[in-house]
Write a protein that binds this ligand. Structure first.
Ligand code: AMP
Length: 130
């Protein structure tokens, strides 16, 4: 069965798209730790991030770095942190989170509730700044 992220990639489930390439897709996390929190996903269905091939991991990190640079400018944060969790969705993904302090990457913190207008606006701003 296709993972929820595969359904997002093919447009069966809507998402706030940030970037897309032949092998990767990036979109906003619907339960963001910070405004602009983005997920970077390989289009191939692999459960655990570190089971991706070295080649794909390298490509993904370069793809993610472009997005992180854009996120940093658009959100005016001090750093963009990245994290691999994967406890909820069994389709490899990298979290990119705007940070101003170490605690901003604490996934046990309450998530933000942003309107769809705010989500669309931040996704578009990051995309336009790539
Ligand atoms: P984890 O698998 O532990 O890395 O967590 C999966 C992440 O995916 C969580 O932060 C969720 O908020 C996020 N997520 C789950 N479903 C969606 C969706 N339909 N659109 C965007 N983000 C999602």
């Amino acid at each position: 069965m296709a993972s929820i992220f595969s359904k997002i990639i093919v447009g069966e489930i809507p998402s706030y798209t940030v970037a897309e390439s032949e092998h990767f897709y990036a979109f906003l996390d619907i339960n963001p730790l910070a405004k602009g929190h983005t997920l970077v996903v390989p289009k191939e269905e692999v459960d655990y991030f570190f089971d991706l091939s070295d080649h794909r991991l390298g490509e993904l990190q370069i793809f993610a770095a472009r997005i992180a640079r854009s996120m940093k400018q658009v959100t005016n944060c001090k750093r963009v942190g990245q994290a691999v969790l994967g406890f909820e969705v069994p389709h490899a993904h990298l979290h990119l989170v705007p940070m101003n302090s170490t605690s901003d990457l604490d996934f046990s913190r309450p998530k933000l509730q942003l309107s769809s207008e705010e989500m669309s606006q931040i996704a578009e701003a990051i995309a336009l700044n790539l």
